[in-house]
Structure formats: structure tokens, C-alpha cells
Write a protein that binds this ligand. Sequence first.
Ligand SMILES: Cc1cc2nc3c(=O)[nH]c(=O)nc-3n(C[C@H](O)[C@H](O)[C@H](O)COP(=O)(O)OP(=O)(O)OC[C@H]3O[C@@H](n4cnc5c(N)ncnc54)[C@H](O)[C@@H]3O)c2cc1C
Length: 542
Amino acid sequence: MKKRYQVVIIGGGPVGVALAVELGQRGIACALIERRREPQRIPKGQNLTQRSVEHFYLWGVADALRAARILPPSYPMSGIVAYRDLNNEYWSAPPLREIVNPYYFQENERLPQYQAEYVLRTRLTQFENVQAWFGWTAECISQDAAGVEVAIAEDGGPGRELLQVDYVVGCDGAHSIVREQSGIVRGGADFEQLMVLALFRSPELHDKLKRFPPRSTYRVIHPDLNGYWQFFGRVDVGESWFFHSPVPTNTTRDNYDFHALLQKTAGFSFACHFDYVDFWDLRIAVAETYQAGRVFIAGDAAHSHPPYGAYGLNNGLDDVVNLGWKLAATLNGWGGEALLASYSKERRPIFKETAEDFIEAGIRRDREFLRRYSPERDPVEFARAWQEHTNASAPNVLTYEPHYEGSPIVCGPPGGVSSARGSHTFKARAGHHLPPQLLSSGRNVFAELGSEFTLLAFDGEDATAATFARAAQALHLPLNIVRDSYDQGRRGYEAKLILVRPDRYIAWAGDAPPADTASLLAKSLARDRNGQRDKQLVRPRE
Ligand SMILES: Cc1cc2nc3c(=O)[nH]c(=O)nc-3n(C[C@H](O)[C@H](O)[C@H](O)COP(=O)(O)OP(=O)(O)OC[C@H]3O[C@@H](n4cnc5c(N)ncnc54)[C@H](O)[C@@H]3O)c2cc1C
């Protein structure tokens, strides 16, 4: 007999498990299909942004995430960047993501991706409405107007099942079969460069890097390497490391001296023991759309790229937080197909621009710097340019502020365009992340947000709150209203009324009630002025 779910998530890497938790919290009946029984113990995806840690807070596991950190508490998360090798006189320790901590409710964090996956997998066990099929592979997805069917097979066993669902989300990584089978094409840039990823242990490397202040990563830019990085990352303090670097196209595990490569990058000799060596192609790929009918893609299935700047996992987590509430709203009867369509409209431009303006532009900037300046040609000019070049990372962190100003479901500024580039401020702006603030109770506003929409009403009239509540009720939209004085840090919002979406983005902000509250709420759900929905693919549960 076919098994029936509302949502099937294919791929239970960090992004798929995160979506299962998001939907689990929202009471959606879903299945998670993951071929691996245990997370892959590769210490990638280490650098979690403040926004990602906010998600863990709202999934109820921020403390568990911090406890799963391997580096000692408060060990610096940023890195060293050096010219040519780590023995060079030209190096710097620029500040990184920590400089935007005040604009988020949670500080950024650093831990291997598999540690975060264990935290999420543990949380997942608490939802009776989520069934995890670890050790199963999705083989075939087919959809028609009535729903989607997913054929799954037990790995190494006889089990075969056919799942019948309303929606499928492919979180099945860069080689996604969900993307392929639903006919979604990818564009992007192939740098035609093979990269090695190695895990090794070396207490000696740890000792020899003591000439630098304590840092988590060590990045080398070398004039021969076209702007591509050589990168040592700590897994712990004292012994374990990961390393990635360009290697010649025909490199295999057996025909190359990786120990010599590590020592050349370090600029000194050291003993090491390899635990793992693998390869990947340096390329950026972004799907043309994140949706085909009832099928969605998220995480690396939708966008893959070199790990330059730590955008991958963080963007994947933002994808599922954006999609999760829209799927649940639709299945619970107050969303709709137009709301679901806003997922691709909001998320895709962000990643496309992240790829072009941050990742590719960063490679080009390094390449141009290495081409133009050389300490051998002109040491004085080089020293000045090196300072300037390495100081450029701080402005990049400050301007990386993904927002949906151009989204059809937020009341952004006239002519607003969604972008990965923005600015950090405490002002409440429609289409942007809600900055944190303390309420007069001493609690942070984030601790008071509901799981659905929230209206923050500062010094608001009873009548205004009542109008919002009535309009929300008419749309069956669950609305939490938080009232407080317009005082202290809350004045920093520069708005007395703020409508916050379930993904903690601001749908609308103003000082006075909107002229037509019902239309405002309807727009936030992609409904028309009368609150009407587009044709429903799914009948809400009674
Ligand atoms: C060296 C390195 C360092 C990185 N550092 C960072 C960083 O600091 N910060 C950051 O944000 N990102 C980083 N990234 C990127 C990050 O690791 C990826 O973006 C992240 O793994 C994407 O997660 P995902 O769940 O979308 O895909 P994946 O991790 O690829 O997971 C996909 C899952 O789907 C499963 N699967 C695939 N097909 C099927 C199927 N048919 N049926 C069932 N299961 C299936 C796979 O087994 C896998 O578990 C780094 C990447 C690398 C290589």
C-alpha cells in the first residue's frame, strides 16, 4: 500500500534535516529520505552565520548547538590571510563575521557540519509527525495535478516503498536527482579547476602556527594560483585540520604528493597523518528556478559553489526557513500557490547575487591583486596594497545583508529590488531581517515572536491591534500581537508598528496603521485585495 505524507524531503544532509525540523515544529506530516545512516564526518560547513544560529534558537536547539562546538568556547572564529605561504612576512588577521553580531539575536558559531547535523537529528526524534527513513534512497519522482509519487529503496536491503505526497522538496545536494528529474536546469560558472579536500592530523602544524594570534583558519593566496585559495581550517585546537587547494587536473589519490603540497603552502616542513583525501570541481551553479510544480529544491541542490566565504550551508538553511512556513501555511489552509511561488522569487536572486558579487568577485579581486602587485617588483607599493586588499573583507561582511525588498509579498520601497547586498542597521525595514531589541520586560523581542506572523505594536492604540486581529482572523492567518512602549532601544526601529513574518523578515513597517489592513495582510500571503487565493493544488486538512 502507498504511504501518504504531506511533504517528502529527499536528502537528509544538514539542509534536509533542518527542513524536517522546521516542518515538524509546524505539525506537518512529512517523511525524510536519506541514504546515509550517519552524517558524513567531513568537517565542512563550519562557519554558521548569526542568522543561521537564530534558526537553531527557534528550533529550540541553540544551546545544544553551542555545546556541540569542538573549538574551546570563545576561541576566535576568524582567520589569517597570508601571501604565498604561512611563513611569509605579509599576513593579516582581518575581522570577519563577528563585526555584525549586534544586528542579530544570536552570535555566529563555528563547528563541523556533522556536529550541527547530530543536533538536528536529535531534535527530529521529538516529532511524531516526521518519519525519518535513514538508509533509504529516493529513485524516482513523478508528479501530476493530483500529487507527487516518490519511489524509495532500502540501501542494501529488499525494502521498496511508493510514497504519495502533496509536495516534494529536494535537499539532495549538488548532484540532485530531484532537480534533474523535475527538469530544472542550472546555470553558472565552471572555473575548470580541480580542488583537493584533505583531512589530517598534525600537532606540529599547530605548534608552528603559534607565531600568529589564535585563529581558526589560515588562507594563503599565491600568485601562481589564479585567485584560488589554499586553506587550512582547524577542526580542534591542537591536532585536527582540514585543507583545500587547487591541484592539477589529472591528480588522483595515488599520483600526487599531498604532504609536499601542505608543506609548500605552510612554508615549512611538518609531520602529518592523513585521514581522508577527496576532490571536487571548482564551479558555481545556480538553478534557473527553485520550483517545478509541486517540487521544490533547496540547499546545494539549488546552488553549489566553492566554500569561499561560507555561504553554502547558511544559504541552504535560509532557503528552508523561507520555504517551511509557506508550505505549512498552504497545507494548513491560509497560504496558497502564489505564496509558494514566492519562495523561488525571493531566494534565487539572493544566491545568484551572492555567487556573482561575493564569491566570483572575491576570486577576481584576489586574482587582480596578485597580478598587479609583487613584493619583488615594488615592496613599498606591495605593502600598501596588501593592507588595502586584506582590509576589504570587513566592508564585504558589512554589506552582505540579504533582503527581499523587491518581493511581491513585502511592502518594500517603491522600485525595491531583492539583493544579497544591503546594510546593517537597527531600523525596521520592510523586506529585511528583523534586528533584535529588548522589550521593557527585559526579554528580547525574538523570544516573544510567535511561530507564525507577529505584529509588534509600540505605543499602539487598542483599536489598531483590534483591526489587525480582525483582518488576520478573516484570512485565517495566525497573528501574535506583542505590545510595548515605544521607548529605549525600541525607538531604534524608527517604526511603531512592525509586521514580522514567520521567517523573521519584516513584511511591513510604519508609524501609523495602514490605510487598508486587510489588503496589507492579504499581500503578505500573496492573496489579492479581497483575500482571495489562487487556485489551490492542495485541499486544506479539515
Ligand atoms: C571544504 C568545505 C567547506 C565548507 N565550509 C562551509 C562553511 O563554512 N559554511 C557554509 O555555509 N558552507 C560551507 N560549505 C558548504 C556546505 O558544506 C554545503 O553547502 C552543505 O553541505 C549543503 O548541505 P545540503 O544538505 O544542501 O547538501 P549535502 O550536504 O550535499 O546533503 C545532501 C544529502 O542528500 C543525500 N542524498 C542525495 N541523493 C539522495 C537520494 N536520491 N536519496 C536519498 N538521499 C540522497 C546525501 O546522502 C546527502 O546526505 C563547505 C563545503 C566544503 C566542501
